[in-house]
Ligand binder design. Structure first.
Ligand SMILES: Nc1ncnc2c1ncn2[C@@H]1O[C@H](COP(=O)(O)OP(=O)(O)OP(=O)(O)O)[C@@H](O)[C@H]1O
Length: 761
């Protein structure tokens, strides 16, 4: 018989409750754990189940902690197994006792047998269960053991890994130190870069400020220009009003002068009449006096005769008659005198009147003269203001153009020549007279359609060489200030390019821009010498003929083999200077020397006769003067370049009637001019690629067209109706050129060592 060990009594063994993070523990009755009693088999079973379900190892635990937990777990499992085994023994003992008791009780209590057998079965099943649990625990134990060994293995591995990690830590630390060192140097670099960035930012701000200042200056200049133009318009209007007023006053004055002259004449006539009348009067008075004396004498005689009674009555009668006659004469003379006196009074009256009117006229005349001189003064003042306003406008206009960096364009229309054969044809070129466009506009009439153009300046056919030079003299002057200056003449053949650029060098009135510019430069050099400036000047002259460069100052005689065969190469350096290799460069000290060189070059130039021009330039002529100035006082150095270019004339093949060599020349000229227009179009459109290399001319002019030089194009136009198409083409091209932005001109004032080679820009 088997009976329950504790028949539902108080459990002896208690599995500690899991309280927060507290580890669950097993206390057994044998006192192996904290000396507590075992809670009984039932309780122990539950505890084992709880223990089996317990999972306390987490991923975050270190390997050692995991091991400790597992060891504790195994220890507790062992205690449980021991408790079960003791319990089993106890149960077997009890079973035996129970069997004995049962035997004795069998007798007393047969009916309990059934119950006991049931209990036995229960106990057996529990034992079975416990055994099962035990086996599971053993399996678990074995598993835990294997896990422990694997954990130990992994511990050693981790130790190794830790060691290697420590080693790598050391190397990492070294690397870290190195990196820190690099970092600190990088930091220094960063701070220096920051400084530089700051400075750059400051510089940038400065530039922006400068830019905005320039912008505001530009705006101000625009405003001032507008104001000046308004003022100019007002002054011009005032001037024309004053001129009109002055003219009407002049007319009045002339009328007054005429009437004054007439009055004076009348006065003179009257005065002579009065003189004559006075004479007459005097004569009559004399007569009267004489007659009166005679009358008196006669009366005395009559009284004498009356006294003489003895005298004859005939004599008396005679005397009486004579006396009567004399009295009659006397009375008639008195009448005459009276009349004459009346006439005299009237004449004197008239004279007085005419004196009065003469005085009035004189006063009026003087008044008008005063008004006139006042008006003359005002007119002179207004004209002065106009001149000042015009020069201010020009200055402001130049400043704006400099700020804008555009190529400037002047247009010059030559007079009609007898060769043009257009005396009877209607005019096709005109010039607007509105105040806005006066001196700047040109209009071409083609098939009833008007084409208007505005340039920086338009010279009418009557403009003299001096008029043209006055407008470019400032530009020429800036070459002495260290700017690169380029002036080139463009236009159809026979339109006046050579006349404009060269003219007649020896003639005072007809010399062109080149001789005048040279004179000005040498004069200014003299003046600037007083301010401590010392200038060195070098000139070179070349022509581009059939896409070949020719040195016009070479000492080799024309026709020599070297002149034709020598290859001159154009080169641009990094500083934007252009050089032509092997070109003759001559140091010059006076305009006389340059004139001599110019005449030498003129003899070497390629000139020929065409249908359009007797003396046509068949090549592009380039005169270059390099100016180097040093101020001994300020040690400032300037390097200016003056390029004066007379381009060959554009010409339509059909119109030129060229053949043979002339045809070849014309083709080469047209090709290089079309390359020039390609360059201008590319610049105007701000294209990335500008085809400077397409011709020698454009490659040579590259710094002037796309660089930082002050460039002026003079477009020459013929007024001949037969040249209308060509003139229109030239003006359209010039308008394109005018719109080109080539950058702001830069002054070369560096103190750097002077490049000995000759530069074009
Ligand atoms: N402003 C002017 N006043 C008087 N005559 C002029 C003027 N401009 C040009 N001429 C005359 O017109 C003719 C042609 O002028 P010029 O030789 O200067 O033309 P061009 O454009 O240089 O021609 P080409 O391209 O063929 O060399 C010359 O006889 C010149 O004297």
């Amino acid at each position: 018989m088997v009976r329950p060990a504790n028949g539902g009594g108080k459990p002896r063994q208690v599995l500690s409750e899991v309280n927060g993070d507290q580890e669950p523990g097993i206390r057994v009755g044998s006192g192996s754990v904290a000396g507590s009693d075992c809670g009984g088999f039932e309780f122990c079973k539950e505890g084992v189940e709880a223990l089996l379900n317990e999972r306390k190892i987490t991923k975050n635990m270190s390997l050692k902690e995991k091991c400790d937990v597992r060891q504790d777990y195994i220890k507790r499992l062992r205690m449980c197994i021991k408790c079960f085994q003791e319990h089993e023994v106890e149960l077997l003992l009890k079973q035996e006792q129970d069997a004995k008791k049962l035997e004795s009780a069998e007798k007393r209590c047969g009916d309990l047998e059934m119950l006991m057998s049931q209990k036995e079965e229960e106990l057996n099943s529990i034992i079975m269960e416990l055994r099962k649990n035990c086996t599971a625990l053993q399996e678990k134990f074995a598993k835990e053991e294997s896990e422990k060994s694997s954990a130990l293995e992994s511990l050693t591995k981790e130790k190794d890994a830790r060691l290697s990690a420590e080693r790598s830590h050391v190397s990492v630390m070294e690397e870290l130190e190195r990196a820190q060192r690099e970092c600190s140097s990088a930091n220094e670099k960063i701070s220096s870069l920051n400084d530089m960035y700051k400075r750059l930012q400051e510089y940038n701000t400065g530039l922006q400020q400068y830019n905005s200042k320039l912008q505001s200056e530009l705006n101000q200049t625009h405003e001032a220009l507008k104001h000046a133009e308004k003022q100019k318009a007002v002054v011009v209007e005032n001037l024309s009003n004053l001129r009109g007023h002055c003219k009407s006053l002049q007319d009045q004055l002339n009328a007054a002068k005429t009437s004054s002259n007439e009055t004076m004449k009348l006065k003179e006539a009257l005065a002579s009449e009065v003189g004559r009348l006075r004479l007459d009067l005097q004569q009559v008075r004399d007569d009267r006096d004489r007659v009166s004396t005679q009358v008196q004498d006669l009366s005395t005689e009559v009284s004498k005769y009356k006294e003489w009674t003895g005298k004859s009555t005939a004599e008396l009668g005679n005397l009486t008659t004579k006396s009567n006659e004399l009295e009659a004469t006397c009375s008639s003379q008195s009448n005459l005198i009276k009349k004459l006196l009346e006439k005299l009074a009237a004449a004197e009256n008239k004279l007085e009147m005419s004196d009065l009117s003469a005085f009035e006229i004189r006063t009026g005349y003087e008044e008008q003269q005063r008004v006139n001189s006042d008006l003359q003064l005002r007119l002179a003042d207004a004209e002065l203001k106009l001149v000042e306003g015009e020069s201010l406008r020009k200055k402001l206009h130049n400043t704006i153009l400099e700020l804008k960096g555009n190529i400037r364009v002047f247009c010059r229309v030559r007079p009609l020549l007898s060769d043009d054969g257009a005396d009877n044809e209607p005019k096709t070129v005109s010039f607007p007279t509105t105040t806005d466009n006066m001196g700047r506009g040109i209009e071409l009439l083609q098939n009833g359609q008007k084409h208007s153009f505005i340039f920086d300046k338009v010279f009418v056919p009557e403009s003299s060489q001096e008029d043209v030079f006055v407008e470019v003299s400032q530009l020429v002057q800036s070459a002495l200030d260290g700017y690169k200056v380029c002036i080139f003449a463009y236009g159809q053949t026979g339109s006046g390019k050579t006349h404009t650029m060269m003219g007649t060098p020896g003639s005072f009135d007809d010399k062109g821009l080149i001789p005048r510019s040279l004179e000005q430069i040498f004069e200014s050099r003299q003046t600037l010498q007083n301010q401590g400036w010392k200038y060195d000047m070098q000139v070179s002259m070349l022509e581009i003929y059939n896409e070949t460069i020719r040195d016009l100052l070479t000492t080799n005689r024309p026709g020599s083999t070297e002149l034709g065969t020598k290859q001159y190469a154009i080169k641009h350096d990094a500083n934007g200077n252009t050089h032509v290799s092997d070109l003759t460069v001559v140091d010059v000290c006076s305009s006389r020397e340059v004139s001599f060189l110019l005449s030498r070059a003129a003899q070497s130039r390629s000139v020929g006769k065409t249908q359009m021009n007797e003396q046509s330039s068949r090549s592009h002529f380039v005169f270059t003067m390099r100016i180097t100035g040093v101020n001994e006082g300020t040690e400032q150095q300037v390097q200016g370049v003056l390029n004066l270019i007379d381009l060959a004339g554009s010409e339509r093949l059909s119109k030129s009637g060229s053949t043979g060599d002339r045809l070849k020349e014309t083709q080469a000229i047209n090709k290089s001019l079309s390359s020039l227009s390609d360059v201008i179009f590319a610049l105007a459109k701000k294209e990335e690629h500008v085809p400077y290399r397409n011709s020698k001319l454009t490659y040579l002019l590259q710094p002037c067209l796309g660089g930082d030089s002050k460039t002026l194009m003079v477009v020459n136009v013929s007024p001949a109706p037969s040249s209308l198409n060509e003139s229109l083409c030239s003006l359209r091209f010039a308008a394109r050129v005018n719109a080109c932005e080539i950058g702001t001109p830069r002054r070369q004032t560096s103190v750097k060592a002077f490049d000995a080679r000759f530069s074009y820009g």
